[in-house]
Design a protein around this ligand. Sequence first.
Ligand code: 5GP
Length: 181
Amino acid sequence: MMRDIEKVLITHEEIVQKSQEMGQQITGDFKMCTDQPLLVVGLLKGSVPFMSELLKSIDLMLEIDFMDVSSYHGGTQSTNDVRILRDLETSVTGRHVLIIEDIVDTGQTLKKVVGMLESRGAASVKVASLLDKPEGRKVVLDADYVGFTIPNEFVVGYGLDYNELYRNLPFIGILKADVYA
Ligand code: 5GP
């Protein structure tokens, strides 16, 4: 895989450090919400490595669940055709929900998911994203917790894929142009 990488943008050490800081911040912000355990919702598949790192630093009673929502259909351009491929098993009614995402680009995926969980009666819906690409935004949507703000480039690694590959890279990187050719 390494020979397909043009540049490492964010190292594994930086991700681990940022996940610890974010986990401590989330712990502080939600510690008063003791009526029910926090519900942490990972958006498959890209959030999995970041979610597992972040959870280690959230010192709260919590449950986890997953949704699979697709807006990329194999390429490098987001579409506004947001499809629910797998829904939650847990009811969100009356629950404080924290959505974990790998990256916010156009914002369309999260806008749809946040709206859906709010309409199901969640007590609150917050978003933690490892990465943010604000230049890509097409709708008004900001994550409540952001690890790193990056330029408008297509990145892979730490859960992020190109055609389902490179998710297992332990860092965030940019692919060489000839990989897309
Ligand atoms: P949005 O709806 O915000 O445009 O897209 C969010 C989803 O698009 C992310 O969960 C991710 O799957 C995908 N995405 C957006 N930007 C990138 C990127 O730079 N690299 C990869 N691999 N996926 C991206």
